[in-house]
Design a protein around this ligand. Sequence first.
Ligand code: NAI
Length: 383
Amino acid sequence: MEKTVYYIEGDGIGPEVWAAARPVLDAAVSKSYGDAKKFKWVELLAGEKAFAQTGSYLPEETLTTLAAAELAIKGPLGTPVGGGIRSLNVALRQILDLYACIRPIKYFKGIESPVKHPENVDMIIYRENTEDVYAGIEYASGTPEAKKLIEFLRGELGANVSLSAGVGIKPITPAGSKRLVRKAIQHAVDKGEKSVTLVHKGNIMKYTEGAFRAWGYELARDEFADQVMTEEEAAAGGAKPIVIKDRIADSMFQQVLIKPQLYSVIATTNLNGDYLSDALAAQVGGLGLAPGVNMSEKLAFYEATHGTAPRMAGQDSANPGSLILSGAMMLEHIGWTEAANRIHAAMEKTITAKRVPKDLAAQINGATTVGCKQFGEILESYL
Ligand code: NAI
């Protein structure tokens, strides 16, 4: 069986981390399945390489191909200066409606972490990716647009907003919230996870964050009635496999430090999810290793979660771990689980052997620094 995967190398360190990652993914598949399964890699252009070849940072052909695709993977893309695009990543998410940003957070033994028991963290964050203050509806202080909006708010709605304010709009819809929560609960069902936690700031932002919570519970009740129960139902002796809980965002930041073992799947709004993903990745010492995917109903678009690290580019010193583990997520997603497990086991062995790129070497006592390419080769040797 051959699976077509479209790839974008990315900018900065992108081409080197991709060159190190791809052989690891291919080797994991061939070691697991011989010739019975393999990837067909097809390159798409975006970023600097696209601009050099086509004059566009995001060529139409790339977008039309991705719109019809099921699997893709990308290195980091820089933000073009003066290219007329705010962010290529944001543009891709919006155009392709990649509404769920999914980040698993897991500890790898041997990596220094700022907490005592990082091994208790084993979570996956489902972050809504298209709404919230990220919708890009904001107006700078003093502009005619801001003034017009504030005058409307004051005059028509009696809101007490200073005329000098910069203003942003936070749209959260029932449909946007529900499709995200549906994906998170479906993950819990598929993987046998015991809880899904809705993280929100609904005590303050009642009609956006609070509504997200309400719509989340509603969806759970309407679509997963035979699999889920609330914490109250669980306390009253309920026997469904998945508990739907909710936590206020500030309290959740305490919870993940104090009792991470109580949480597995998290579903949350865009801004909360942004903060929480990075905080949790840092908690397990794994910012350089954090994998991720952005999903629409059709496309699963895996990505290195770090940026282009322009100062490291071309030096063969970047860590390709994030892209490799994103590739492992893709293997799991398509059911090539044995290959995914091989990659996780090889990553653990490589870290235990303490032969790691510069960024990880700084976090591991007595480690030997290896280059980006070599790290990929060592991983491959442990597959
Ligand atoms: P960055 O992630 O590129 O760098 C932050 C720090 O982490 C730097 O010290 C860098 O050297 C280090 N770092 C990042 N990736 C690393 C790796 N694989 N191995 C070792 N060290 C690594 O973030 P920054 O500097 O804020 O952004 C640089 C550019 O990347 C910007 O143009 C930004 O827009 C873009 N970016 C793209 C992302 C994406 O494509 N998903 C995500 C974040 C930023």
